[in-house]
Design a binder for this molecule. Structure first.
Ligand SMILES: Cc1cc2nc3c(=O)[nH]c(=O)nc-3n(C[C@H](O)[C@H](O)[C@H](O)COP(=O)(O)OP(=O)(O)OC[C@H]3O[C@@H](n4cnc5c(N)ncnc54)[C@H](O)[C@@H]3O)c2cc1C
Length: 488
């Protein structure tokens, strides 16, 4: 591992990339900066143009990657060349494979990224996995700055005994399945049982529950992939339990997403009135949270007769902590312990346990970044070890890879602008590196099958062409099919 050999301060006792020492990061950066910053940018001759070109590699074409590219354009104008790499032949990260298929207006943000992508000084380099096809060290040789915008694509384990059983999935896998991520397209969850349990009290848990609850008709206009739509149409799930360790005041669900549950065709939410704190306590909540809790109060007040023609129930089970996943290889239930909240909001078990029989569990409890060989990693936080985005000289991270899986799409924009400010401080006028031509030579020598933005537009056109009635696209869910579409 290149980084370990060169930067032993970032390895842990086991010799693996571990938590970086922040003062060490700062010292290295300072030495690097003083060795790279040339005089302030001034008038130059045309012969000097190459010398003043900054070459930036961004790894990951999700929101953080594109906002960083946008910021680099604003910072340097014509004096920057940005290559955005992605392991998939298609851009936009979780906008394509995370944001719910029935939330098309949110996915529309990709049009903004397209504006950046189509400019001359930014290019998309798809179908290249950094850390596998090309190493970080190789990129650092070629680019003044390498920015990891790789997100946090792996599910955090729930840590419950029995977790590895069949039909227990993390949300990265389950969401990837209905959104057509090639890695999860073949997940094939079994939806034939009556009860599904969704663990977590955030928006992802709401997405998962809503998608399981909708009728085929309610997916009109969405880009849910055909295999998921078909499976959901055959689904026998009639009860979806959303399990949360804490109470209604501690949810991380936004009002709009929560409010949607009240308007589903065949499903109805249920909240136990006794779980709700006294109404006056809502006054202490910030306005958005107060609105969310208001929705829970209205769910608790839904009359039984209204439920009669709603065969699917979305049941909020608060103060409920998973203790074990039951089953003999395939999930058959979940053992849960009632909790009580301490004044600081911490949940602790009461000793009172019960079992929810179920045949499907989806955990929605957070994500971790994938480590990359040679890059210091903060195992406990599940992200790259960094100081405000600086990892090592010339190596940075941004978005979920920097701060972990929190915030909205828009949160990644200031992140992108902030990292470019740091890069500008560090690299000055650039170091006359090879940049794009250098990478192209490497890619050719290695026989990499690169997908360009123009190629992506062909894949997109093919997906639009094969869309079912009313849908914006039918995604390819297999990388080979995406590549094949280029030849058509
Ligand atoms: C299920 C779900 C639903 C969400 N819904 C919403 C919503 O409705 N509204 C909202 O505001 N936010 C939503 N978010 C949050 C939003 O998606 C994130 O804030 C945002 O996508 C994070 O951006 P990112 O660029 O850091 O990571 P990502 O979007 O994950 O992008 C990372 C990119 O890096 C690529 N990559 C990873 N490793 C490598 C490698 N080694 N080499 C090359 N490429 C690599 C990946 O293929 C991917 O394209 C949702 C998140 C999830 C998980």
């Amino acid at each position: 591992m290149v980084g370990q050999a060169r930067h032993p301060a970032f390895t842990n006792r086991d010799g693996e990339a571990g938590i970086g020492n922040r003062s060490e990061v700062r010292a290295r950066i300072t030495r690097f900066r003083s060795g790279n910053c040339l005089a302030p940018i001034g008038p130059r001759t045309s012969g000097e143009a190459d010398r003043f070109m900054r070459h930036i590699a961004i790894i990951g074409s999700g929101p953080a990657g594109y906002y960083t590219a946008e910021a680099a354009q604003k910072q340097w104008g014509d004096d920057v060349r940005v290559d955005i790499f992605d392991m998939l032949p298609v851009p936009y990260g979780l906008i394509r494979t995370g944001v719910a298929p029935d939330h098309q207006s949110i996915k529309g943000v990709s049009r903004r990224y397209e504006g950046t992508a189509l400019s001359d000084n930014v290019r998309f380099v798809g179908n290249v996995t950094i850390g596998q096809d090309v190493t970080i060290a190789e990129l650092q040789e070629l680019y003044d700055a390498v920015v990891l915008a790789t997100g946090a694509p792996n599910d955090k384990p729930a840590g419950s005994p029995g977790e590895g059983q069949d039909n227990v999935f993390g949300s990265a896998a389950f969401v990837g399945w209905y959104n057509g991520h090639p890695q999860f397209a073949k997940l094939n969850p079994d939806l034939s049982g009556g009860t599904a349990v969704v663990i977590g009290n955030g928006n992802v848990a709401l997405d998962v529950a809503r998608i399981m609850a909708k009728t085929a008709g309610e997916f009109t206009g969405s880009d849910i992939v055909a295999h998921a739509l078909h499976a959901l149409q055959q689904s026998r799930i009639s009860r979806i339990v959303i399990l949360g360790r804490r109470g209604p005041h501690q949810i991380a669900m936004t009002p709009k997403e929560l409010g949607e549950l009240a308007h589903l065709e065949r499903a109805c939410p249920r909240v136990e009135p006794a779980d709700l704190p006294p109404e006056d306590d809502d006054l202490f909540l910030e306005p958005g949270q107060r609105k969310s809790v208001g929705h829970l109060r209205s769910f608790a007040a839904i009359p039984e007769e209204f439920r009669a023609d709603k065969p699917v129930e979305i049941d909020f089970d608060f103060f409920a902590s998973p203790r074990a996943i039951l089953g003999g290889g395939r999930v058959s239930g979940i053992a849960v312990e009632r909790t009580v909240l301490a004044p600081d909001g911490h949940a602790s078990g009461t000793g009172q346990t019960y079992t929810i029989p179920c045949s499907l569990i989806v955990t929605c409890i957070g994500y971790k970044t994938s480590p990359i060989p040679g890059v210091p990693f903060e195992e406990s936080a599940g992200r790259f070890a960094n100081d405000e985005g600086r990892i090592l000289p010339g190596l940075y991270c941004v978005g979920w890879a920097r701060r972990g899986p929190s915030g909205t799409i828009g949160t990644n924009r200031p992140d992108g602008f902030a990292i470019v400010e740091l890069i500008a401080e560090d690299i000055g006028n650039g170091a006359g590196k090879a940049g794009r031509p250098g990478f192209d030579a490497l890619a050719e020598a290695r026989g990499l099958d690169i997908v360009t933005f123009r190629d992506w537009k062909k894949i997109e056109a093919a997906e639009e062409q094969r869309a079912r009635d009313g849908a914006p696209r039918e995604k390819f869910v297999d990388v080979a099919d995406m590549i094949r579409a280029l030849g058509e």
